[in-house]
Design a protein around this ligand. Structure first.
Ligand code: ATP
Ligand code: MG
Length: 140
């Protein structure tokens, strides 16, 4: 089914992008993929394996909460949604998912959870805007 990818990192800005994307999806009869990209847990091998597994589990639980909140936010709009959680670099991951021929657009916020006030666009937003072959919706 033709769809819009929405980058969800739990920031207020991505939720505003999600709302716009949901309006577009409803108007154009598209579905939404809510994508949360987890950073790989990089710890030295001396760290006890169970500790690493615990961190990974907490990250996944956090991702689930973030996606659940985002989905609840747009539930009244009645758009078909999927949740996608993957691990890796957010830019590479979003761009490779967007390469699918069914993806019509990528929607993201301008700032994320690591927001630095002096920059206009976060690094993920900046790179996606410049590198995406698909239309990009960026919402303040
Ligand atoms: N890990 C992620 N998974 C999914 N979407 C993301 C992720 N990181 C960022 N995004 C998307 O990109 C938008 C802009 O975030 P970005 O990371 O560019 O801003 P920032 O966190 O303020 O900057 P930086 O990461 O450079 O400190 C977010 O609103 C969100 O839509
Ligand atoms: Mg960020």
């Amino acid at each position: 089914m033709p769809r819009i990818l929405v980058g969800i990192d739990g920031s207020p800005s991505c939720l505003r992008a999600l709302h716009y994307a949901a309006e577009v999806a409803r108007a154009k009869n598209l579905s939404l993929d809510l994508v949360h990209v987890l950073a790989p847990v990089l710890l030295p091998p001396t760290v006890y394996a169970k500790a690493i597994a615990d961190i990974e589990r907490q990250e996944r639980e956090h991702a689930d909460r973030v996606l659940t909140t985002a989905l609840a936010d747009i539930a009244p709009l009645g758009v078909t949604t999927r949740r996608v959680t993957t691990t890796g670099n957010p830019v590479d991951t979003l761009l490779s998912l967007a390469a699918d021929e069914d993806v019509e657009m990528i929607a993201i916020g301008t700032k994320g959870r690591g927001a630095v006030a002096r920059v206009l666009l976060g690094s993920v937003a900046d790179q996606i805007l410049h590198l995406s072959p698909k239309p990009v919706l960026i919402v303040h």
